[in-house]
Ligand binder design. Structure first.
Ligand code: MG
Length: 384
């Protein structure tokens, strides 16, 4: 790489954002950080701005702007407030790669802004593709933008497909760790607290995605994400539980040959690959030791104990704005579960109610997507 790649990190204080900065910290000669943003973690945002000498810093919670601006007054960093400023800056010419690491639906607007500007988007925010997959991929194509997947499974599929050499993909084997409740009975899961659900066996992630992983909604979302990213039908995606999380996903070709991508579970690996593609960087992760692993295991997902996976498959098949409804209802349900207001399967109940009462839009515009999201949030809160 000749010139330094100029990076924007949307959601720099979250789990993916901090790990992206860790990769960049190891390779300061390859990258410069042009833009960072956070919703409200002003302390960490200030520290990151100083450490990486960041030009533009956006705090989305406008109430925190004045304080952060004063605190960074002795630096060269320019401070901005609000989601609109973020979209403006993302469009600017001096950014090569936009890392979409915001959590939930809030990532959609800046992701669309980056795609409209023809940027390379390293996308970790799966809710963007779940809620608005058709709109996002259409915007990407129209503006000759590129999405590089950061989600470990989709990075794996992307890497496996580099071996396709023009051959058609027949099947995707999307691996799932099974989450913290993989071996629990339905009764025990029904009584599980948020604290128990937050203990993920393999991956170090944010709270939202960790709960989604416990319900397997995360895998349902990833199924939808895979359909959009790799232009396949849901029937071509086989979800397989693989508790060791060493195989990050696989692709199968006509002759039955399967290519798998493996590594120790560490998000810095797919983040690093997206930032430096097609080059590979050292990212400080542990390496696989097959002899000490001994065996890798696989099992079918239990749709009885993890019904959200089925809801996602069904929502994608219904199409239109229905996955957007699923995503919005899930945001409300997960928050309510984290706050101890509903039970584990209360999440599924709320999703089912929102899905059955939804108004269908076959080919939703951006306006209809935002309206569906708002309307579902309102309905879900009412139903709680
Ligand atoms: Mg994943």
């Amino acid at each position: 790489m000749a010139a330094k790649r100029r990076i924007a990190i949307l959601g720099s204080t979250g789990s993916i954002g901090t790990q992206a900065l860790d990769v960049i910290r190891r390779h300061r000669d390859l990258f410069e950080v042009q833009l960072i943003s956070a919703y409200k973690s002003a302390d960490l945002l200030e520290a990151q701005a100083r450490e990486f000498d960041v030009n533009n810093v956006v705090i989305c919670d406008e109430g925190l702007y004045a304080d952060l601006n004063a605190r960074l007054a002795d630096t060269d960093s320019k401070v901005f407030a609000g989601a609109e400023s973020l979209c403006e800056l993302v469009r600017s010419a001096d950014v090569d790669i936009v890392v979409g690491a915001m959590v939930g639906f809030s990532g959609l607007r800046p992701t669309l802004a980056a795609l409209e500007a023809g940027k390379v988007v390293a996308l970790a925010n799966k809710e963007t593709l779940v809620a608005a997959g058709s709109l996002v991929t259409k915007t990407m194509r129209e503006h000759h933008a590129v999405i590089l997947p950061v989600d470990s499974e989709h990075s794996a599929i992307f890497q496996c497909l580099l071996a396709a050499q023009g051959n058609e993909l027949k099947k995707i084997h999307l691996t799932a760790s099974g989450g913290p409740f993989r071996t629990w009975s339905r009764e025990k899961i029904a009584a599980a607290t948020a604290a128990e659900a937050l203990k993920h066996p393999n991956w170090d992630m944010g709270a939202k995605v960790t709960i989604d992983s416990a319900t397997m909604m995360n895998k349902g979302f990833e199924l939808i994400e895979a359909c959009w990213l790799f232009d396949v039908q849901p029937d071509m995606v086989n979800v397989v539980v693989h508790p060791e999380s060493i195989i990050h996903s696989m692709v199968e070709f006509e002759d039955g040959a399967i290519i798998a991508q493996m590594g120790c579970p560490d998000m810095r690996e797919p983040i690093g690959f997206a930032l430096s593609f097609p080059a590979r960087l050292s990212v400080g992760n542990k390496k696989v030791d097959f002899a000490s692993l001994g065996a890798l295991h696989f099992e079918a997902p239990d749709m009885e104990r993890f019904p959200n996976l089925g809801l996602a498959r069904e929502a994608f098949k219904r199409g239109g704005n229905i996955p957007c409804v699923l995503n919005a209802a899930n945001e409300v349900a997960v928050r309510a579960y984290l706050e101890g207001r509903i039970s584990f399967y209360g999440i599924t109940d709320l999703l089912e109610k929102c899905l059955s009462g939804a108004t269908f839009a076959a080919d939703p515009s951006a306006g209809e997507i935002f309206a569906t999201h708002e309307e579902t949030l309102r309905r879900a809160k009412e139903l709680l």
